[in-house]
Design a protein around this ligand. Sequence first.
Ligand SMILES: CC(C)(COP(=O)(O)OP(=O)(O)OC[C@H]1O[C@@H](n2cnc3c(N)ncnc32)[C@H](O)[C@@H]1OP(=O)(O)O)[C@@H](O)C(=O)NCCC(=O)NCCS
Length: 347
Amino acid sequence: MTDQPTLTDGVVTLRPFRDDDVAAAVAGHDDVIAHWFGWPVDGVTPERMRAAIADWRASYGDDHSQVAFAIEVDGHVAGSVDVRRREPGVGELSWALYRGERGRGVATRAVRILIDYALSETGQGGLGYSRVEAKVEPGNEASLRVATRAGLRREGVRRIEPGTGDRPETTSYVVLARLVSDPPITEPEGFRALLNSFLPRKRAISQLLVRDREGRVLICNLTYKRDWDLPGGVVEVGESPRLAAMREVSEELGLDLEADRLLLTDWLPPWSGWDDAVCLVFDGGVHEAAIADRVRMQAREIRSVEFAAVDQIRERCADFTARRIDSALANLATGGGPAYVESGRRT
Ligand SMILES: CC(C)(COP(=O)(O)OP(=O)(O)OC[C@H]1O[C@@H](n2cnc3c(N)ncnc32)[C@H](O)[C@@H]1OP(=O)(O)O)[C@@H](O)C(=O)NCCC(=O)NCCS
């Protein structure tokens, strides 16, 4: 069995803990660390720290199931990082900098060194993991920064039953991970994938404004809500919004209609358990009223379809849908209506 290695990037060094680190480690554990790890503030005593160091030594010697390093910078110990085996090939990372050591980029460097070590093959002195991951509470902004700066991609949010996490307040963790096959973040592809993993996404809905020769608008009575709406639906990942409107109308109504120019973008604020969304309304053209009779409705989603005049629209649709249809019609007639509204209202 080889000794636990010492690793460095030239500025920050990761080395095994020594017994003479105990005093600095105990003094450095402050309320910030206690808070995010869910420990009592005075939970780290010299006895416990000595016992922890002995445990880390033992688990390195046994099977590397947990490998902990002291972070050394400018000749003194500034914090700790560790990686624990969660399942074969998968290591969970954690990190902490001691009081007075934060805000100088040390954590980011330390976590990068640890990731390289954990993902390197055992033959090259690493742990041979195929995946390393971290779970960070959404409010722990410093740690989320450290994780992404160190190249962990954001994968999603794991919900936690209140009272069962590390801290009573914990209700979710952001899960971040890096696979051994992920391209380095110094390469454009790797950097883009990293950014792409945590930049916000917004839901998009595409609808068609279809009229008959009397200027009435085609609206649908949906099975999953009481009020009527324009035909259309949610844009799939990677799908063109214009094609999505045509696809939805074809799937739901059996009508093959062309989506022409974009008439309106309506931002729908978060509502009743839904995240916010942008709703794009495309011109679906003017058609014979008889197309409503040709409709082959998808029974799962659509109860009925009709051309409706403005007063019927106001009666049957939710107020924000009626406002959206009004705005789209105003834009259609003169091109003088708003191109962008929020919940159907001009901004
Ligand atoms: C997380 C922790 C190690 C970060 O230490 P640090 O020395 O500030 O980290 P770095 O200097 O490498 O900074 C990393 C980034 O976080 C940012 N950051 C630091 N503190 C921040 C804060 N309170 N709020 C928002 N961002 C913060 C820094 O600006 C930096 O971003 P940048 O590179 O874009 O400028 C430290 O705050 C800590 O010990 N926290 C308690 C332990 C913990 O939460 N561990 C996580 C368990 S998985």
